[in-house]
Design a protein around this ligand. Structure first.
Ligand SMILES: C[S@@+](CC[C@H](N)C(=O)[O-])C[C@H]1O[C@@H](n2cnc3c(N)ncnc32)[C@H](O)[C@@H]1O
Length: 213
């Protein structure tokens, strides 16, 4: 599975950049995960920047990461934090876990990068307990039509995915979460980074599996 996601240069750049961005992104990471409890699955955990933000109520974080360098860095991060973190190789589109086995699934700046986010979201839904929740912090398609057109161009031309390790900047991620059988319980728009940046529109929130879906 790991060989399916191989971005060695981007992984090294992101590891450096994510540490530089911690003063700005840390409060969002904390908002995303600090209140969670029980058994957590974090998909595409990268180099583990969320790990230090998990709170005392967590019994275990399973950190799934298919990119080898990122996973190695995540394993190093796991040794520096209090919560029990298990790093696992695997792909979000075919989760190697049983149905109904997690209290929460965390997706942080990852649904932009997964090749098939619809399948990944269905998988997240499958492994969540019926009363579990999906927690997301993602950059998304802009509300402004002009910026959304630029985002679409960058994605369709493959320029942005090539530069940014498979990332897409024009995705309607909240729409995809709903289409995968979740009901959004909370969502908030945030603008992060420079105003003209094509990845600055973000959403942070959580969603519950539809009981009827
Ligand atoms: C922009 S990084 C974000 C990392 C981390 N979630 C964070 O908040 O810093 C995107 C991550 O998604 C991972 N990724 C890409 N495709 C994936 C897939 N199919 N399944 C799981 N993770 C994937 C990448 O390897 C990378 O670690």
């Amino acid at each position: 599975m790991a060989s399916e996601v191989h971005h060695p240069l981007f992984a090294r750049f992101f590891t450096w950049f994510s540490e530089k961005m911690e003063p700005e992104l840390g409060p969002y990471r904390s908002e995303l995960v600090s209140g969670l409890s029980g058994r957590i699955l974090e998909v595409g955990s990268g180099n583990g920047m969320n790990f230090a933000h998990y709170g005392k109520g967590v019994t275990e974080v399973v950190a799934l990461e298919p990119e080898a360098y990122m996973r190695e860095k995540a394993a190093e991060s796991a040794t520096r934090v209090a919560p029990k973190i298990m790093t696992v190789d695997g792909n979000a589109t075919a989760l190697p876990f049983e149905d109904d086995s997690f209290d929460h699934v965390v997706a942080c700046m990852v649904l932009c990068s997964i090749d098939d986010p619809a399948t990944a979201l269905r998988e997240a839904r499958r492994v969540l307990k019926p009363n579990g929740q999906l927690h997301f912090f993602e950059h998304v398609r802009a509300g402004s039509p002009a910026k959304a057109r630029v985002q679409r161009l960058l994605d369709d031309s493959r320029i942005w995915p090539w530069v940014a390790g498979g990332c897409h900047c024009s995705r309607d991620t909240v729409g995809s979460i709903e289409a995968a059988g979740f009901q959004i319980s909370q969502v908030r728009d945030e603008t992060i980074g420079v105003k003209w940046g094509h990845t600055n529109p973000h959403v942070i929130g959580c969603a519950s599996p539809h009981t009827s879906a």
